[in-house]
Write a protein that binds this ligand. Structure first.
Ligand code: NAD
Length: 493
């Protein structure tokens, strides 16, 4: 049951040195609940001096934290995992309220984030180091060393899960981490700060700096921040990547997406129709793994007919939450209006979907399915980030692959078929970092890493899994030849 009560959280501060601290900036940002179109909190639009307070606290905490045994650092993750499990309802509720997800969706996203916490608990085994003889009496030992003070900047659409892609790996490897959450959805990040303290994390190892562009630019520019991870739109990802790396920082910036699902007539009808719907409409289409275009090769009408029937049963507020903001709602609706004017057939029109009576001011848009879409229309090429599925019809697999390959993004792609040969061909030729075979949302589970290609990512490596561990650490190689024993010791031999 999705029972989201309005709640006013008042002024929310930054989290620095293990406690809430008010900002040095007098500028604030209103946090609006998309269920109510009403302010539920304000956060500071933090400035460089706020960020510097967090950096100084982190620098002070770093030597002790980095010198702890990795088992002790992983212990905090064991504790965090059970605290998150115990408080699942509370965290999910905060996410629903500021992001607009249903409570069920919010819980699902937390559980996905928790998988990275679980992976972090295994780091004492994963990072046990390498050592071997490399010459006569000479050994080489390689260890992963923390970088120091590092930072992450995250988007609105997964307010807890995306920060949890970064926090567990960055801090368990011995870094001190500063998070700049989305100013639209800051509530759960602050709650995670409280959980980490309860889990035993020393003050200063984790901080939250609220804010927007000024705080992000400060993170890119601060001389004592060694690495920056970013997840958000490609335009900002590109800016953060170039600004951070220009100053010699390590940066990994994940951007936007346009993901295509290729459907062939031999695909299993029931699971394909359900898979297309879940992939395009989950999180109301506001996720970088949403496949927002289905490319039907030859006649897939039987699958589309079932998709439309399934979609008719979708209920706003139960199966799908809201859009994040009025601005986003208008932007998405414009894509639908324009596609209709260009000649798309609107099989299901989310603009007229019944809205939940109890949240009548919410930013609602129902399932929208557009058929007969031309590959060159904006709805087929650009990231819409809403519950809109465009269907392109084509005759050949080659054409389908050409459409997928020509898009400048490269996060994910999927193929629905019962033919092994087709599946192999599409998965080998897709220009995307994550590919699904009969899976519409091909998120690799830990320890496999998450990350796209092309303009869906700036920087090398992925954000989670072993690749994430590598991002947050430096390799140290010690080559040793032990000196001959001195005379004092020789007598014992
Ligand atoms: P966004 O780019 O607007 O914001 C992301 C972060 O950047 C926020 O913390 C925001 O405060 C900051 N920011 C925004 N404008 C800025 C500017 N001009 N200068 C400096 N910082 C700025 O993204 P969003 O709307 O919050 O999230 C949606 C986007 O995130 C979509 O494009 C989606 O595909 C992408 N996303 C990608 C992944 C992935 O794994 N590739 C995952 C989740 C979301």
């Amino acid at each position: 049951m999705n029972n989201i009560q309005f709640q006013d959280f008042g002024t929310q501060n930054n989290w620095i040195n293990g406690r809430y601290l008010s900002s040095n900036s007098s500028n604030t940002i209103a946090v609006i609940s998309p269920y109510y179109d009403k302010e539920i909190a304000t956060v500071p639009d933090s400035n460089f001096s706020d960020l510097d307070d967090a950096v100084q606290g982190a620098k002070k905490a770093f030597p002790d934290w980095a010198s702890k045994n990795i088992r002790d650092r992983a212990e905090v993750m064991f504790n965090l995992k059970s605290i998150m499990q115990k408080n699942l309802e509370e965290l999910a509720y905060l996410i629903a309220l500021d992001n607009g997800k249903t409570v069920a969706d919010a819980k699902g996203s937390i559980l996905r984030g928790k998988e990275v916490v679980e992976f972090a608990t295994s780091l004492p085994s994963v990072l046990r180091g390498d050592s071997s003889p490399v010459g006569a009496g000479v050994t080489c030992t390689m260890t992963h060393e923390p970088l120091g003070v590092v930072a992450g900047i995250t988007p609105f659409n997964f307010p807890a899960m995306v920060p949890l892609w970064m926090i567990p790996l960055a801090i368990t490897t011995g870094n001190c981490f500063i998070l700049k959450p989305s100013e639209q959805t800051p509530l759960s990040a602050l709650k995670i700060a409280e959980y980490l303290k309860e889990a035993g994390l020393p003050d200063g190892v984790f901080s939250v700096i609220n804010g927007s562009r000024v705080a992000v630019e400060g993170i890119c520019d601060h001389p004592d921040i060694k690495a920056v991870a970013f997840v958000g739109s490609s335009n900002v990802a590109k800016i953060v990547y170039s600004r951070s790396t220009a100053l010699g920082k390590r940066a990994l910036c994940l951007g936007g997406a346009k993901n295509y699902m290729i459907v062939v007539p031999d695909a299993d009808q029931d699971s394909t129709a359900k898979g297309l719907l879940a992939s395009s409409m989950g999180s109301a289409g506001q996720r970088c793994m949403a496949a927002s275009v289905a490319i039907g090769v030859a006649d897939i009408d039987h699958i589309i007919d079932q998709l439309v029937e399934e979609a008719k049963a979708f209920e706003l507020g139960v199966d799908m939450g809201t859009i994040i903001s009025k601005t986003a709602l208008d932007r998405i609706t414009n894509y639908i209006d324009d596609a209709e004017k260009m000649g798309a057939r609107v099989l299901i029109d989310g603009r007229t979907a019944p809205q939940p009576e109890e949240y009548k001011n919410g930013y609602w848009l129902g399932v929208t399915i557009l058929d007969g879409v031309d590959p060159n229309w904006p709805c087929a090429k650009e990231e819409i980030f809403g519950p809109v599925l465009s269907i392109i019809r084509t005759d050949t697999l080659e054409n389908a692959m050409k459409i997928e390959n020509e898009n400048h993004y490269g996060n994910a792609a999927a193929v629905f078929t019962t033919s092994g040969e087709v599946a192999k061909m599409i998965s080998e030729s897709a220009s995307a970092g994550m590919v699904g075979i009969n899976i519409g949302v091909p998120v690799p589970r830990e320890p496999y890493s998450f990350g796209g290609w092309n303009e869906s990512k700036y920087g090398h490596g992925d954000i989670t899994g072993r690749s994430g561990v590598d991002f947050w650490t430096n390799l140290k190689k010690v080559t040793a030849r032990w000196p001959k024993s001195t005379d004092t010791w020789r007598k014992y031999f």
